[in-house]
Design a protein around this ligand. Structure first.
Ligand code: BTN
Length: 317
């Protein structure tokens, strides 16, 4: 804990609408001007926007958005400031018998992971990066396969109903808004051929990013709830609601299977009826996306009229 920095921040907060004099502060608190300046620089590095004016002093203009530290006081929420990847930590906790529906959430991921070995940009103060540990009872990996689509339906339904945004899903794991990527799901599973041990459902959701917060190469491809609505979202509140909705959806899925999710998935999806090219373990296939099977696989009719069932893959166009 840095007491001097916290005192300066407290003083800036108490005088939000005015400039504070550094010489008066230093005189009253007994610190040097150099030490004061150093702490201002540290606060700026943490994302505080502090205006400095000659003869006037310093004024706090904006605070960085941070997830509420009290999250870590909630049962089965593992909250970290910085992690490599919430999926990795969730897996470690699952190996140590963390309970069903425990969630690992990080303000920032240094090596956020996407599907197919890609990276996932996860800066602090902007999005939600979390992974839920699921321990279904006596279910086979095949029966658990639609979990990614179930996650997509639960997230999309919530964002549509409560944020009023026309979020769509692209098979198998993309959330789209305005044709750009809003979020993604990375599901990992450990088990035997006939029994799932645990599932890690990782969710990345772009929330308050402005255009220039994305790396340059992502600007044409990615979006955030803020960019599509001009609102700024309380990420802590959003996370707690999403966690609740996801838990509800997973309970239903493990009880009733994919059937209750097939209809909403078909309503939200951008894939069916489209000509698609898919990379899958068997190669590349072009054709029309006809339908979704009861297990969440995609049925593709190729140009020769042959129908293929694709369980795992990625739509590249
Ligand atoms: C994708 O669209 O490729 C999937 C992206 C999944 C990103 C999330 S962020 C939280 C969790 N931890 C990770 O390292 N990845 C997932």
């Amino acid at each position: 804990m840095n007491i001097t920095k916290d005192c300066i921040l407290k003083h800036l907060r108490e005088n939000r609408d005015q400039y504070i004099s550094s010489s008066v502060f230093c005189h009253n608190s007994g610190i040097s001007r150099a030490a004061f300046w150093k702490q201002i620089q540290l606060l700026r590095k943490e994302g505080y926007i502090i205006d400095a004016r000659e003869h006037l002093g310093y004024r706090l203009e904006e605070e960085p958005d941070r997830l509420d530290k009290q999250l870590s006081e909630i049962k089965n929420i593992y909250f970290y400031q910085t992690l490599e990847s919430t999926n990795i930590t969730a897996r470690m906790l699952a190996e140590k018998n963390a309970e069903n529906f425990s969630v690992v959430i990080a303000e920032e991921q240094l090596q956020g992971r996407g599907r197919l070995g890609r990276s996932w940009d996860s800066p602090p103060g902007k999005g939600l990066w979390f992974s839920m540990i699921l321990r279904p009872h006596m279910i086979s990996p095949t029966a658990a396969a639609p979990i990614t689509l179930v996650t997509a339906v639960a997230l999309t339904r919530f964002l549509r109903e409560f944020c009023g945004l026309p979020v769509k899903v692209k098979w198998p794991n993309d959330l789209l808004l305005g044709g750009k990527k809003l979020g993604g799901i990375l599901t990992e599973l450990k088990g035997e051929p006939d029994r799932v041990d645990y599932i890690i459902a990782g969710v990345g959701l772009n929330v308050n990013q402005k255009k220039n917060d994305f790396p340059t190469q992502l600007i044409p491809l990615a979006t955030s709830l803020h960019l599509e609505s001009v609102r700024l979202f309380d990420r802590t509140e959003l996370f707690l609601s999403l966690r609740h909705e996801l838990e509800k959806a997973y309970r239903l899925f493990f009880e009733a299977g994919f059937a209750p999710f097939a209809k909403p998935w078909k309503e939200f999806n951008t894939t069916l009826g489209q000509m698609v090219t898919i990379n899958w373990p068997g190669g590349t296939i072009c054709g029309t996306a006809l339908d979704l099977t009861a297990e969440g696989a995609l049925l593709i009719k190729d140009n020769q009229g042959q129908i293929h069932q694709i369980n795992y893959g990625e739509i590249i166009t």
